[in-house]
Design a protein around this ligand. Structure first.
Ligand code: HEC
Ligand code: HEC
Length: 293
């Protein structure tokens, strides 16, 4: 706020407060005497409803005066008068950072203690799991779901199937550093729509054994094997999913499989290390680990 605006607002506020006070005092001075009130039958309706000019009761008047004094005191103590910060040195930012600092002082040592423990040990520690569950709801549930069972494109964290690996260290890396799955769009390398359909059918039936007689098998061995592996079981170093189980990240329908192949997929797990700190990530890794162990 520029100085000019600040003074403009200060002046406007103070003048209004004084005007309010003046109005209350003025109205009080003009109190009609009882005799005047009795005479002031300026308006009479139905012969017995009379409009009188009664003054405000005193307690009401003092309430007005009270609110004016309160406003003055408030504006001296708290910020509110233009750019003047108030003598109380209060601000939203300061209150927030004080609360954060207090929480850090209270919970920091506990997080650090948990941060130094093994994940497998933490996964059996009721206190750590309770904290992990509440951190999970805060930071992870919007994508992986409140029960951690995932949704299309967001992996289920409670089963035994892992894109990047389910041992404690891999889970922690997923959380701290994030992950990006890269399934390239392969539309261009198939000569025709039929060839793509054939590949979709091939992938759908892979779980029952690889059909080596299908032309799609040759294509698979050229185009897909590097990432999804010779047996279709995927590759955790790349986050390439297992194609021979019945767990699908994007869905098992021909439409979804086709879409994965034709358009590619780019699932992204955002890195959380900087956001939540390594100790919290460690506790979360233990919580996630506990969901399937
Ligand atoms: C460069 C490595 C790479 C190649 C080559 C590749 N994929 Fe993928 N594929 C992936 C990754 C990584 C994902 C997971 C993407 C994600 O996490 O968003 C994936 C996902 C998929 C999915 C979705 C699986 C699910 O659970 O929903 C299908 C289907 C698939 N690939 C089929 C194929 C086929 C068929 C080929 C060959 C024509 C192929 N991929 C080639 C890396 C690859
Ligand atoms: C913005 C959405 C989003 C948020 C928030 C998010 N994740 Fe993820 N997460 C994903 C996606 C998408 C993937 C899969 C990435 C891929 O397809 O390669 C994933 C992958 C993972 C994996 C690897 C799973 C596997 O099968 O290997 C773990 C573990 C994980 N997330 C845990 C968490 C935890 C714990 C949190 C909270 C701190 C969290 N995620 C927050 C979207 C999210």
């Amino acid at each position: 706020m520029s100085n000019l605006w600040s003074w403009f607002i200060i002046a406007g506020t103070i003048v209004s407060l004084i005007a309010c006070f003046w109005l209350v005092a003025y109205a009080n001075k003009q109190r009609a005497s009882d005799a005047e009130i009795a005479e002031s039958e300026s308006h009479v309706w139905d012969e017995n409803i009379r409009e009188l000019n009664n003054p405000l009761p005193m307690w009401w008047l003092w309430l007005f005066v009270g609110t004016i004094i309160w406003s003055g005191a408030y504006l001296i103590y708290y910020p509110g008068l233009g750019g003047f910060g108030g003598v109380g040195d209060w601000s939203q930012e300061k209150q927030y950072s004080d609360e954060v600092a207090a929480a850090e002082a209270q919970y920091g040592p506990m997080f650090a203690a948990f941060g130094a423990m093994e994940i497998t040990e933490l996964a059996n520690n009721a206190d750590a799991l309770k904290i992990g569950a509440s951190l999970y709801q805060n930071y992870c549930s919007q994508c992986h779901g409140s029960t951690a069972q995932g949704a299309r494109g967001f992996p289920n964290l409670t089963d035994d199937d892992w894109l990047y690996g389910g041992d404690p260290a891999q889970i922690e890396v997923s959380i701290v550093a994030g992950r990006t799955g890269v399934m390239p769009p392969l539309n261009a390398v198939f000569g025709s729509d039929e060839a793509i359909d054939e590949m979709v059918r091939y992938v759908q039936n892979m779980a029952d054994g690889m059909d080596t007689s299908s032309p799609a098998h040759t294509k698979y061995m050229q185009l897909c094997v590097a990432c999804h592996g010779p047996d279709g079981r995927g590759m955790q170093a790349l986050g390439a999913p297992n194609l021979v189980d019945d767990i699908w990240l994007y869905g098992s329908s021909p439409t979804q499989i086709r879409k994965s192949i034709v358009e590619g997929r780019n699932g992204a797990m955002p890195a959380h290390g900087d956001l939540i700190g390594n100790d919290r990530a460690h506790i979360l890794a233990a919580y996630v680990y506990s969901l399937s162990n």
